[in-house]
Write a protein that binds this ligand. Structure first.
Ligand SMILES: Cc1ncc(C[n+]2csc(CCOP(=O)(O)OP(=O)(O)O)c2C)c(N)n1
Length: 549
């Protein structure tokens, strides 16, 4: 398999040093392109290392195609070297598994081609995700010519000349606009205090119909950082600080909506869930293309399994009357509260203090428009979601929010930037980067122009914000897991340019310069959880006037 790909004139090959990173790289590539990278590995624990990325791909419906090599059946479970049972290794995390027998002329070659076509369909189809093909081989395991009778491949004569799969699968569902339930249309038209929520969406989706719908409805718009509508200048209905406002119990209670329309995946913003729980009788409609439940508070009343853009188009086509006007007052109240909150955020951020929300804000302002942005889990994604400026560039952004692991983030960022065929920035916490240190070697070898901004607060800063922080005997040792490691020297030892900064102005200058580099750069920012906490406390001191109209 390796020889076939390495010698193929059209294949782009990425050699990875460990399989866990390889799978995360493939995941990041799929996030950028919507296409599955082909993962090839040997038998044994090698393939097991794909599991974390397979889980993320499964949860977030990203295509992934795994081709593991395996020993022949007579060498399974008998002590033969590097042989483990690989059948259904990924359990229900794989959309499809197939055990492909050792090559033999007694099986028609069309079998291989229909298997591949099915694998591709199951990986990329309407319910996309990881597919595992387990290929068994007998020795010799090297690409030597083996005698094949001339008429064996005869039935494939036409297929060799084409570039199409043997079986073409048509996605019937993807064609045409979905028919909307009449009751749904009626409740949209009736709603005066509607809220439009945009969750996580793949970067390759066309958002034009969704933005058109946002304009037609004229409702407050809550856009998640992964929606593609949170960064840059976007619709005037967007309420940048909705999570901050919804944190306030009085605002939550007083701003009762009469319909919530949620397009795409879940949100990073935690207080949106509290808002839902505060108003259990508000009709809540969720639209996503896959059929799975997206309802952690168990309140969704109508769930449409169709593409949000197609849904938006259908709804716009039905909305002949201008309904935005009747929601003007409702929208204005949200916008005024938003402006007041944002003024307070900017005043607090402008103090030139070095803390993590400030770095997230600075990146959103300074990132060049030709960069792709990958964001680590824990506090980086939360800080960017809350404090990203609305005046930066609307760069493509991705994060591993399916299962929210802190593993494989550098490898995922590399795959994302490679798939985007551009430069990139990764914002990541220190523990997350330590989890994926191997991928610094992948970065060095691949020379992908990535700027890594690592926030070194010497452990897991998020735990300071969680109730476990009160339990002093276990908090530091078992949760924060403190360390005194500096990451820049590790990167330098591998041959990656790296800088350390301890002030906000030094960060801005270093980051600006790094984004112009043609090679990878790591910027280690030393931050302190006390300062992060102080910023949040100053922010929470802001008084939000309850909703009045
Ligand atoms: C693979 C994995 N292990 C553990 C966790 C639990 N976890 C969530 S956040 C976090 C700390 C991350 O620390 P860091 O990357 O330094 O970011 P910070 O909390 O400082 O923002 C941990 C261990 C996880 N999400 N994924």
């Amino acid at each position: 398999m390796t020889a076939a790909v390495a010698r193929h004139p059209k294949a782009r090959l990425q050699i990875c040093y460990d399989e866990r990173a390889a799978a995360f790289y493939a995941l990041g590539y799929a996030r950028a392109t919507g296409l599955p990278a082909l993962l090839i590995c040997t038998s044994g624990t090698a393939v097991a290392n794909y599991l974390p990325a397979v889980i993320e791909a499964s949860v977030d419906h990203l295509p992934m195609l795994i081709c593991s090599a395996d020993r022949p059946p007579e060498l399974e479970q008998c002590g033969a070297n590097q042989s483990i049972p690989q059948t259904h290794l990924f359990g229900h995390h794989a959309r499809w598994f197939f055990d492909i027998p050792c090559p033999t002329e007694s099986i028609a070659p069309q079998f291989v081609l229909t298997t591949l076509a099915q694998a591709l369909h199951r990986a990329t189809g309407p319910f996309a995700g990881p597919v595992h093909l387990n290929w068994r081989f007998r020795e010799p395991l090297v690409p030597v010519e083996s005698p094949i009778s001339p008429d064996y491949t005869e039935p494939l004569a036409q297929w060799w000349k084409d570039s199409q799969p043997w079986t073409m699968y048509a996605h019937a569902q993807a064609q045409g606009l979905p028919a909307l339930p009449p009751t749904l249309f009626a409740s949209v038209v009736r709603a005066v205090r509607g809220v439009l929520v945009l969750g996580r969406m793949p970067v390759w989706w066309d958002r034009t119909p969704i933005l058109r719908l946002a304009g037609r409805l004229g409702w407050p718009l809550f856009a998640d950082i992964g929606s593609g509508v949170r960064l840059g200048m976007q619709p005037s209905q967007r309420i940048l600080s909705f999570d901050g406002l919804l944190r306030d119990p009085r605002w939550r209670a007083s701003s009762k909506p009469d319909l919530i329309l949620h397009l795409g995946g879940p949100l990073v913003a935690k207080h949106f869930l509290s808002y839902l729980e505060e108003h259990p009788d508000t009709p809540y409609v969720a639209v996503h293309e896959h059929p799975e439940r997206l309802d952690p508070t168990h309140q969704v009343q109508t769930r449409l399994a169709c593409h949000p853009s197609a849904f938006a188009e259908s709804l716009c086509a039905l909305l002949s009357v201008d309904i935005a006007e009747r929601s003007q007052e409702w929208l204005r109240s949200w916008q005024e509260a938003d402006q007041s909150y944002l003024r307070h955020v900017r005043e607090t951020l402008d103090l030139d203090d070095l803390h993590e929300p400030a770095i997230a804000f600075d990146i959103s302002r300074l990132i060049p428009k030709e960069h792709a942005l990958f964001v680590g889990n824990s506090m980086p994604i939360r800080d960017l979601d809350r404090f990203a400026d609305g005046f930066g560039h609307a760069v493509p952004l991705a994060a591993n929010r399916g299962a929210s692991g802190i593993d494989g983030l550098l490898a995922s960022a590399l795959g994302f930037v490679a798939g985007s065929r551009t430069k990139g920035t990764l914002l990541i916490g220190d523990l997350s980067l330590i989890h994926d240190l191997n991928s610094l070697i992948l970065l060095k070898q691949s020379r992908i122009p990535l700027v890594i901004v690592v926030l070194n607060n010497h452990g897991g800063g998020i735990f300071r914000f969680l109730p476990v922080a009160r339990f002093e005997d276990i908090f530091q040792r078992c949760f924060t897991t403190p360390h005194d490691i500096s990451i820049a020297p590790i990167a330098q030892s591998i041959g990656i340019s790296a800088a350390q900064v301890t002030s906000r102005s030094a960060f801005r200058d270093t980051y600006r310069e790094a984004t112009h580099a043609l090679q990878p750069v790591l910027i280690e920012v030393f931050t302190h959880t006390d300062r992060n906490m102080a910023f949040y406390q100053a922010l929470h001191a802001h008084t939000i006037t309850p909703f009045t109209s």
